[in-house]
Unconditional design. Structure first.
Length: 293
């Protein structure tokens, strides 16, 4: 592959579960993506940055080798590809692509913990992670590696149990399998190369990381404004989820009440609004936050 000098490279999944959310994050960080005629490479028009669109399995290696400076990949893939050499570093979790790698079993198998897997064949796309889990549990078992459709392995008598990703559980249910022990909890993470980018690009890299951190931390965060009776101020501010120290301002012409403005880092549910109201709050507004730094 010919690499372009003087440009940062970010590796993202080309298509699949993480592709769209990865592009959203890049866009929300203020990078304007231009889809060129090259399917492998998208350009960022307002900064010297390229997006390399690849299979997710290749992302950790590209970043570990410094072919890409940043990457977005699931922790499950990062963990599976990890080897003894220099590895990509996790910068931060991104809050999407959440799933769990689980042991799952068909109806005929009595399961009382990992020891029930002793001597059996287990199908998975994550042989290294599974081997480590089994070793830690002191269990010897045969691992059959499948690239996909792991959930059909028990029905085809290819394996007695499986170890696969679960999100809603619909795939397991459709195949008559029961989720058992958790092997790994996973979400998408931002990773960076163990080596610095080429000269002159460090500042840009730091700025992209900082912006992405801002996007991630503002997700779910809300700006809450309300009026509170002075007497109930402590109770009301204590109800605001993850608010730190709110701003309290006088209300013109009223000595008995104040205006409270707060950034809530956690989701603000209807139940919270009901409790605020019951505590005496009025004129409650919950606003989305677009950017945070
Ligand atoms: N059901 C799910 N819900 C949420 N996230 C998931 C789910 N399944 C997988 N993921 C996450 O999304 C990542 C990508 O999943 P996908 O199914 O697109 O991978 P893939 O088929 O290996 O894609 P590729 O063609 O890039 O190799 C997984 O590695 C995992 O981190
Ligand atoms: O618990 P659920 O919500 O059903 O999700 C779990 C399924 O999702 C993933 O596959 P995906 O749908 O991405 O298809 P793939 O196996 O072809 O990659 C994973 O491999 C499971 O099969
Ligand atoms: Mg893959």
């Amino acid at each position: 592959m010919s690499t372009v000098q003087g440009r940062l490279r970010i590796a993202v999944q080309k298509s699949g579960r993480l592709a769209e959310r990865s592009l959203d994050l890049v866009r929300d960080a203020g990078l304007r993506v231009v889809k060129g005629n090259n399917d492998l490479l998208y350009r960022i028009e307002n900064y010297p940055i390229d997006l390399l669109r690849v299979r997710d399995d290749d992302i950790p290696t590209f970043v570990a080798d410094g072919v890409c400076d940043l990457g977005i990949v699931g922790e499950n893939v990062l963990e599976e590809v990890r080897n003894g050499g220099p590895n990509a570093e996790v910068v931060m979790p991104l809050g999407f692509g959440r799933c769990t790698l689980k042991i799952a079993t068909p109806p005929g198998l009595d399961y009382a913990g990992p020891s029930s897997l002793q001597g059996l064949r287990i199908a998975t796309s994550y042989p290294k992670i599974l081997r480590r889990f089994l070793n830690e549990a002191g269990v010897q078992a045969e691992i059959v590696t499948m690239r996909g459709a792991v959930e059909v392995a028990p029905r085809l008598k290819l394996a007695a149990a499986i170890c696969d990703l679960v999100s809603t559980g619909a795939t397991l249910e459709a195949n008559g399998l029961t989720a058992r022990d958790t092997v790994l909890d996973s979400q998408a993470v931002l990773i960076k190369a163990p080596t610095p980018p080429e000269a002159g690009l460090q500042h840009l890299l730091d700025s992209v990381v900082e912006r992405m951190a801002g996007v991630v931390s503002s997700q779910g965060a809300k700006y809450v404004m309300l009026n509170a009776p002075r007497a109930a101020l402590d109770r009301i501010t204590a109800l605001l989820p993850g608010a730190g120290s709110p701003t309290v301002m006088p209300l013109s012409g009223r000595d008995d009440a104040v205006a409270v403005h707060a950034v809530c880092q956690e989701a603000v549910f209807w139940e919270t609004l009901e409790k605020l109201k019951a505590a005496g709050a009025s004129a409650i507004l919950v606003l989305p936050i677009e950017k945070m730094m």
